[in-house]
Design a protein around this ligand. Structure first.
Ligand SMILES: Cc1cc2nc3c(=O)[nH]c(=O)nc-3n(C[C@H](O)[C@H](O)[C@H](O)COP(=O)(O)OP(=O)(O)OC[C@H]3O[C@@H](n4cnc5c(N)ncnc54)[C@H](O)[C@@H]3O)c2cc1C
Ligand code: SF4
Length: 502
């Protein structure tokens, strides 16, 4: 029986982050472990309110009140089992999820402080490792059916694990040199140290999943060869086509890059250093993209921009501006606009924002300014208003507000335009829709029979929790397609959306 008064006795508390001057000298995670006493106290704040809206907030349907109470009472093994019943990779979501469950927590009604659900989740995930490691599960006898998973991000990996645990032979194809998708080379180590991925991959491998890295499907292996080898194909190739701004004068100057070029180069340098001091980040052709000593301007206000900010400080940037087209959001939920339990539009400050840099809101870049030798030396910005007209975004510059910001490294973090156009799609007879995503039928098949899709490739650039949920659901559909016995859990259907006010 949960404690109905715990939230009255205990305020919401999170573990202190590592001090800024210390953490920007290394690439290790920002949060230290919370410690058992703090986390049991925080789990006690969950009153098991009867109608757990947090379940609906979480696309995985995590059984949050159940594991909160198991943590409160110190039943760690049962908490580990309960959490893994719905989530293949809580060590990823516990570290990285923006926690829509917390926005839907009953304790948050009227501006109250929700339970620290995400923190409890990561502590349970880490307890699983501490209490004997991520032991592989015994898999059933082989079904004789085989599945190709293209892409090894959280969607592909979740599907692969579910299918292997149902007895199917699963091969994951990944064009990068290591599996993990954006978790590996997109998201920096200070948010997710890569040993978490490696430990989980070892579990998948022990459960029978085969990994083939350095294989660009559609180029190194044709779709025809893939289909001849496997009974079903799951596409989980992500939404990695970065949005650009080709019409802005100066876009082609040296020093103006896509944010992902910067993040991938930085992550590769950190991985190559193996815990030592990384070499300066460079692009595959040797072009320097390190922020050391440079004035950096990051364009965009989301996760990717915040990750660039944290990387720039660790690389030793001389200064950083982060530009956002929209005005500064309110600090608290606007109930008229985003009523509880929906996800509110509020100012989100990531740990990277504590580390320095200046955020500039309601501005747009008018020009990347040339230094006379083909390098960017500044960005010229103007204050703007943004309005929606007939579904279109109209950005209007305010006269007389233009100014220059010094810049010798500019990073475009302005979103993604869906999955990349690549030979594989044509070869499979699969088209991108107007959002650049690949549509799924109600059973997760694309327009081509036997070819399924999940994660960002289907949903558009989204979140890890959605990728895992879609990977699990697509695995259930593939299992049914292959005539597997029983059913696998399917937390979402292809039309599922976040909680919204109707
Ligand atoms: C910088 C950044 C930071 C983010 N931070 C967060 C965060 O903090 N929290 C959060 O919840 N979400 C975050 N996200 C979003 C999250 O990472 C994605 O929603 C999630 O990774 C999508 O998973 P996925 O499996 O669909 O695809 P991805 O992770 O994109 O993986 C797709 C994989 O497919 C591979 N691939 C593509 N085509 C082929 C081919 N032809 N052959 C072989 N392999 C192929 C790619 O190489 C890639 O490895 C972030 C995204 C970015 C870009
Ligand atoms: S996965 Fe995300 S939404 Fe689900 S319980 Fe964890 S933090 Fe909350």
């Amino acid at each position: 029986m949960p404690d109905p008064n715990g939230f009255l006795r205990h305020p919401r508390r999170l573990p202190a982050r590592r001090p800024v001057p210390v953490r920007i000298t290394d690439w290790r995670e920002v949060y230290p472990p919370a410690g058992e006493e703090l986390i049991r106290e925080q789990a006690t704040r969950c009153m098991d309110c009867g109608i757990p809206f947090c379940h609906d907030g979480c696309p995985l349907g995590n059984r949050i009140p159940d594991w909160n109470d198991l943590v409160r009472t110190g039943n760690w093994d049962a908490a580990v089992a309960s959490l893994h019943a719905t989530n293949n990779f809580p060590e990823f979501t516990g570290r990285l999820c923006p926690a829509p469950c917390e926005a839907a927590c009953v304790l948050g009604i009227g501006g109250g402080d929700p339970v620290t659900i995400k923190q409890v989740e990561v502590e349970i995930a880490d307890a699983a490792v501490a209490r004997g490691g991520l032991r592989p599960r015994a898999v059933p006898p082989p079904t004789g059916r085989s599945v190709a998973v293209v892409g090894s991000g959280p969607a592909g990996l979740a599907a692969a694990q579910q299918l292997a645990r149902a007895g199917h032979a699963v091969t994951v194809y990944e064009r990068d040199d290591a599996p993990g998708g954006l978790l590996r080379y997109g998201i920096p180590d200070f948010k997710l140290e890569k040993h978490h991925i490696d430990r989980r991959l070892a579990q998948l491998a022990a459960e029978g999943v085969e990994f083939r890295t350095g294989v660009n499907v559609g180029v190194d292996v044709t779709a025809e060869q893939l289909r001849a080898r496997h009974d079903a194909v799951l596409l989980a190739c992500g939404a990695l086509a970065g949005r650009d701004t080709p019409q802005t004068p100066g876009r082609r100057l040296r020093g103006v890059h896509q944010a992902m070029e910067h993040l991938v180069a930085a992550n590769r340098a950190v991985a190559a250093a193996g815990g030592g001091r990384p070499a300066p980040a460079v692009l595959p052709d040797g072009t320097p993209i390190d922020a050391a000593g440079r004035h950096v301007v990051i364009i965009g206000g989301g996760d990717t921009a915040a990750d660039c900010l944290g990387v720039a400080h660790r690389q030793g940037a001389a200064g950083v501006h982060q530009l956002d087209l929209y005005p500064q959001p309110p600090l608290a939920r606007d109930e008229a606009r985003d009523p509880w339990p929906t996800w509110p539009w509020i100012l989100r400050s990531y740990p990277a924002h504590e580390e320095g840099g200046e955020r500039v809101f309601a501005v747009a870049v008018q020009e990347f300014v040339d230094d006379g030798a083909g390098n960017v030396r500044a960005v010229r910005i103007a204050e703007v208003t943004v309005e929606k007209r007939d579904g279109r975004r109209i950005v209007t510059a305010l006269p007389g507000t233009e100014r220059e910001l010094p810049a010798d490294l500019v990073l475009l973090a302005i979103g993604f335009e869906g999955t990349e156009e690549q030979p594989l799609l044509d070869q499979l007879g699969v088209r991108r829709n107007t959002r650049g995503a690949v549509d799924a039928r109600p059973d997760w098949q694309t327009e081509t029979d036997g070819v399924f899709v999940a994660g960002d490739m289907h949903r558009g650039a989204s979140l890890i929790v959605w990728a895992i949920a879609e990977g699990r659901a697509a695995a259930a559909a593939i299992h049914a397609y292959l005539g597997g016995g029983g059913t696998l859990p399917a937390p979402v259907d292809p039309g599922a959306q976040p909680l919204a006010a109707r």
